[in-house]
Design a protein around this ligand. Structure first.
Ligand code: HSE
Length: 438
């Protein structure tokens, strides 16, 4: 027999915290019916009082401004960290773990940076640390990777894991908006991080990718080893040209195994229009996981927002409560063990082989194509198609080139040489292409 009631304390009562309190209070009976657990929201800490939220009534004396009344409260079993940031959250979580509490967090920056240390501490104290909401919001991808893929070797993951970027790219493609207009709309809809640079420069997706890689490939990848490019340089023209060629531009978080190396990268990618990932629109997220036994699988849903993220947090609270009541703890991810073991090391971006979309703005005069073709040819890069648009302004044309598979290091060299050509008027735009054989 477990505890008749499991007490939960929330650190933070912003958007996600409000959603969590709504589910814990308004759906208490549903949770009991689904799990047999009695979850009691005992305390909620918020920086300033008074506070009220539509759609949920907290019990008397539940709200506090003092996080210590949660972290150090002997009656609380599970501490849910929804404050964000790294230093303060890390200190509070570490203290709560030392106090014997199980932890649930939605904090991807914290887990990406300190997941290993916090896990080891939690393991030492015999409590659980769950972080489903840190990656792809409401999509249950963490639990899926840890449990449902346990009999597979993960071969690759392709994720649309940043809703802001996906929303911007969708608005640019479907409604012809420019980048800044679309970013403003994403911010108004509440998808973006407090600092939207983290979304559009790819950092948010890279943090999520390091978490997926730790679970899928058992290797701890520091954020600075993720090759990361954001979407700030993608123009309306790139999106239209890609469409003409049958491709959609998406910001993908990619990990693939290549022998004993794994690629860990985030960058804008051309993917075929008829692929399922190309049809993931607006702020939706999707994660495609390819396992050696199961083959390709696709998980789709809302990657941000009050209730989808709260759904993932509550699922973690339920898992933690089950552990407290005697079910075994979810095992430590091998990447975060004190003596990690992985079959992989991180591959260099220079070694990948992929197809490329190249866009150039060049002088419209004889011999230009030949110069570019020679540079590509010398680097063993074969062209698969070329489009030249009628000039918009005198003596200046856009040139779109798709290549066959080529080595990244060769493409980097070709890019330097092309950018140095006198006839090139705007630096080359390069977008990698992924084609799926499923
Ligand atoms: N800013 C994030 C996104 C929110 O746009 O996906 C969820 O992590």
């Amino acid at each position: 027999m477990g505890k008749p009631e499991i007490n939960v304390g929330l650190l933070g009562w912003g958007t996600v915290g409000t959603g969590v309190s709504k589910i814990l209070i308004n759906q208490k009976h549903q949770i009991y019916q689904n799990t047999g657990l009695n979850l009691n929201l005992l305390k909620v800490a918020k920086r300033t009082l008074p506070a009220q939220r539509t759609g949920v009534d907290l019990a008397n004396n539940c709200l506090t401004t003092d996080v210590n009344t949660i972290v150090d409260n002997p009656d609380i079993d599970i501490v849910v960290e929804l404050i964000g940031g790294i230093a303060n959250s890390r200190e509070l979580i570490s203290r709560a773990i030392r106090n014997g509490k199980s932890i649930v967090t939605a904090n991807k920056a914290l887990i990406a940076e300190c997941g290993a240390d916090l896990y080891q501490l939690a393991q030492k104290q015999g409590v659980s640390l769950n972080f489903e909401a840190s990656t792809a919001g409401g999509i249950p991808i963490i639990k899926t990777l840890r449990e449902s893929f346990a009999g597979n070797k993960v071969e690759s993951i392709y994720g649309i894991v940043n809703g802001t970027c996906n929303y911007i790219l969708t608005e640019m493609q479907k409604n012809g908006r420019n980048f800044s207009e679309a970013l403003k709309m994403a911010q108004e809809r509440g998808y973006a991080e407090a600092d939207p640079t983290l979304d559009i420069d790819g950092t948010d997706a890279a943090q999520k990718l390091t978490i997926l890689v730790a679970l899928a490939h058992h290797i701890k990848v520091p954020l600075n080893q993720v090759h990361t490019e954001g979407i700030t340089k993608i123009t309306q023209n790139d999106i239209q040209y890609a469409q003409e060629l049958g491709y959609t531009v998406k910001l993908l978080a990619i990990t693939k195994s290549r022998g004993t190396k794994i690629d860990v990268r985030v960058h804008p990618t051309l993917i075929p229009n008829d692929s399922m990932l190309a049809n993931v629109s607006d702020a939706f997220n999707a994660v495609c996981v390819v396992g050696n036994a199961v083959g390709p699988t696709l998980f789709y849903g809302q990657g941000a927002g009050e209730m989808p993220t709260a759904s993932a947090v509550v699922a973690d609270i339920i898992d933690a409560a089950r552990s407290i009541n005697g079910n075994s703890h979810v095992p430590i991810p091998p990447a975060w063990a004190s003596k990690p073991h992985s079959d992989f090391s991180i591959g260099l971006i220079d070694d990948i082989e992929t197809r490329y979309y190249l866009k150039l703005v060049v002088q419209d005069c004889p011999g230009v194509l030949a110069q570019i073709g020679t540079i590509l040819g010398n680097q063993d890069i074969s062209i698969s198609s070329v489009i030249q648009k009628e000039p918009h302004c005198k003596n200046s044309v856009s040139l779109i080139i798709l290549t066959h598979k080529a080595c990244e290091a060769n493409m980097c060299q070709a890019r330097i040489e092309i950018d140095n050509l006198e006839v090139v008027q705007e630096k080359l735009t390069l977008i990698r292409i992924e084609e799926f054989d499923f």
